[in-house]
Design a protein around this ligand. Structure first.
Ligand code: CA
Length: 229
C-alpha cells in the first residue's frame, strides 16, 4: 500500500507541484483546498501524513492542527508564507512535525515527508536502526547514558535534555519546550538556563569526542540533535 498524503492548500499552482513531486516518489495524494473537509476525512480514511497550509480560506491551519491533535497523531508538515509564524509552529502547543516556508522546493518537501514517514510508519524498525547506529546508549532505569561507549556524568536536567534529543533526532526543540518538559518549575527559570545546560552538555560530549558537536543550534528557534552523527 502506497502511503497516503493529504494536501490541504488553496493555491493550485503549489498543489500541482507538490502532487507531482510526491507522486513521483510513489506516494498517493489527496487534495483539499479548505480546512473544513479535513476532520471528517481523517475519521473515514487512513491518512499517513498531512501537508497543511496555514493560510487557508476558511480556517487558520494552526487552529486546524490543534483540532486534529485532539484525536489524531497523524504527522503534519506546515506550509507557511510568513517566517514570523515559524516560532509558533515550532512551539509545543501546535504539535507540528515539520514546516516549509514558501517558496520551497517540492523535492525538499518530498524528502521531509519521507524522513517523517520513515520514523512514524515503521516505528519499530527505525528504532532499532537508530539505537544501533547512534553513539548514544540510554539506560533509562538507571538514569545512565553512554556516548561512544563512555559513561557520561550528567546532571538531572542535562540527562533529560539529551534524552529528549536522542528520542527524536532532527527535531528542533525550542527553549520554551525544553523548559516546559524538563524543568520542575519552568516559570522560575530563564531561557538562558537552557543555554547554560546545553553548553555544559556540549562540553561533556566534547571530552569524549572532541571533533564532533552533535547538537545543532537553530538561530532563534532552539536546538536539535544531528540525525547522522
Ligand atoms: Ca494559502
Amino acid at each position: 500500500m502506497k502511503p497516503k498524503i493529504l494536501i490541504v492548500e488553496d493555491e493550485t499552482a503549489i498543489v500541482d507541484n507538490i502532487q507531482f513531486a510526491l507522486e513521483t516518489e510513489g506516494f498517493q495524494t489527496i487534495w483539499h483546498s479548505e480546512g473544513k473537509e479535513v476532520l471528517p476525512l481523517l475519521i473515514q480514511d487512513k491518512i499517513d501524513l498531512i501537508v497543511l497550509d496555514i493560510g487557508l480560506p476558511d480556517i487558520n491551519g494552526m487552529e486546524l492542527c490543534k483540532e486534529i491533535r485532539k484525536t489524531k497523531t497523524t504527522p503534519i508538515i506546515f506550509l507557511t508564507a510568513r517566517s514570523d509564524e515559524i516560532d509558533r509552529i515550532v512551539g509545543l502547543e501546535i504539535g507540528a512535525d515539520d514546516y516549509m516556508v514558501k517558496p520551497f522546493s517540492p523535492r525538499e518537501l518530498s524528502a521531509r515527508v519521507k524522513a517523517i514517514l520513515r520514523r512514524t510508519m515503521n516505528n519499530l524498525d527505525v528504532k532499532t536502526e537508530v539505537l544501533e547506529s547512534s553513539p548514544f546508549k540510554v539506560d533509562e532505569d538507571r538514569n545512565r547514558m553512554t556516548y561512544f561507549k563512555q559513561k557520561l556524568d550528567l546532571s538531572r536536567y542535562e540527562f533529560k535534555i539529551l534524552q529528549m534529543f536522542i528520542n527524536r533526532p532532527g527535531r528542533i526543540y525550542s527553549r520554551e519546550q525544553l523548559m516546559e518538559n524538563i524543568w520542575d518549575e519552568p516559570e522560575m527559570s530563564m531561557d538562558r538556563t537552557v543555554d547554560t545546560h546545553i553548553k555544559n552538555i556540549r562540553n561533556k560530549l566534547k571530552v569524549v569526542a572532541p571533533e564532533i558537536d552533535p547538537i545543532l543550534t537553530h538561530r532563534s528557534l532552539g536546538y536539535s540533535l544531528k540525525e547522522d552523527i
